[in-house]
Each structure stands twice: as structure tokens, then as C-alpha cells.
Design a protein around this ligand. Sequence first.
Ligand code: HEC
Length: 161
Amino acid sequence: MKVMQRALCAAVVMFAAIQNGNAAAVNTSAGSAVFESQCVVCHQAGATGMEGLAPPLTKMPAVFASSEAGRAHLLHTLLNGMVGPITVDGGDFNFKMPSFAALSDADIANVANYLIFGVDKAPASTKPVTADAVAKARKATLTPDDVYAERAQVHGGGAQK
Ligand code: HEC
């Protein structure tokens, strides 16, 4: 198991190195395409958000990705949607994030990695999201309200910077 993990790690690092010489960078172009087709209408170009409608995604995805619980929560948000008032970078948001369960595991993983690494520039130590992790996250049957409650737990649980 350890050996396999190491081999996998090496493959990811090599792939990243081929991409642009940065070990932290995963293939963000596939995720960027998903973002442009599914998310940009609300979260806007560069995921900078829309005042009063959709929050910026320029920081939180990487914060969530820094812990196991946070990574699962990020995937739950994409798979189940979320509803409830949140404050991000001083802006208040209380609109509905739709469920994207109809997207494939690979698309969800790619768009998450695009946000974590491409937009938020997460540190090299951050683990990329895998399609397997998405498949696992799908098993949780959560409502948008459940995901909202989970955000408070994860965000209040020391996952943030
Ligand atoms: C119809 C508009 C809309 C679309 C389309 C949309 N979102 Fe959202 N998104 C929202 C809203 C609104 C929220 C905040 C929900 C709340 O206040 O509880 C949100 C929240 C989020 C969050 C959580 C942010 C945080 O700080 O907890 C993530 C991550 C996210 N969206 C990613 C995406 C991705 C990726 C896509 C495309 C696959 C997408 N969104 C498409 C409206 C949208």
C-alpha cells in the first residue's frame, strides 16, 4: 500500500512537473473548461464572485483542501449544493448553490483542482482531489442545508488559515 501510494505520488509530481514545472500544479486546464461551462455564470471569470449573489472562490476551496474534513466538505458542496447565509471576504451571500451531481467524478475532481491549485494557488503540500474521492463523497446523502451545517463545522474546526 505504502509503495503504491509512493508510486502514485511520484506519478502526480511527474505529471505536474511536465505541466509547468511546479509540483503543486495539477492539470488545471480540464477543470478550467468545466468552470467556464458550468460555474462562471454565477462565480464569474477568475472565480472572483458576484456581489450579493455568488461568493468568490479565490480562497476557500484551498482552505477546505487543507484538511480531510474540508476536502470532503468541498466535494459535498459541489455534489449536493448548499443554502444558507455565509460571509466570504467581508461579503454576505445567501443564495442557492445548485447541485452538480450530474457531472462525472472526473469533471468534479478537475473543477475542484482548478479552484484549489489554478485559482487559489494552494501550497505544494496540498493533496489534489481524485475522482475516487468524488465517488466516495457521492455516497453521503446530504441536503443543501446539511452541507451548510457541515461548512460551519469544518470552517470553525481549525481548517481555515
Ligand atoms: C446559480 C449560481 C451558481 C452556479 C451556477 C454555481 N454556483 Fe457555486 N455557489 C453559488 C452560491 C449562491 C453559493 C453560496 C451558497 C450559500 O450562500 O450557502 C455558492 C457556493 C459555492 C462554493 C462554497 C464556497 C464557500 O465559501 O463555502 C463552492 C466551492 C462553489 N460554489 C463552487 C462552484 C462550482 C465549482 C460551480 C460549477 C461546477 C458552481 N459553484 C456553480 C452559486 C452558484
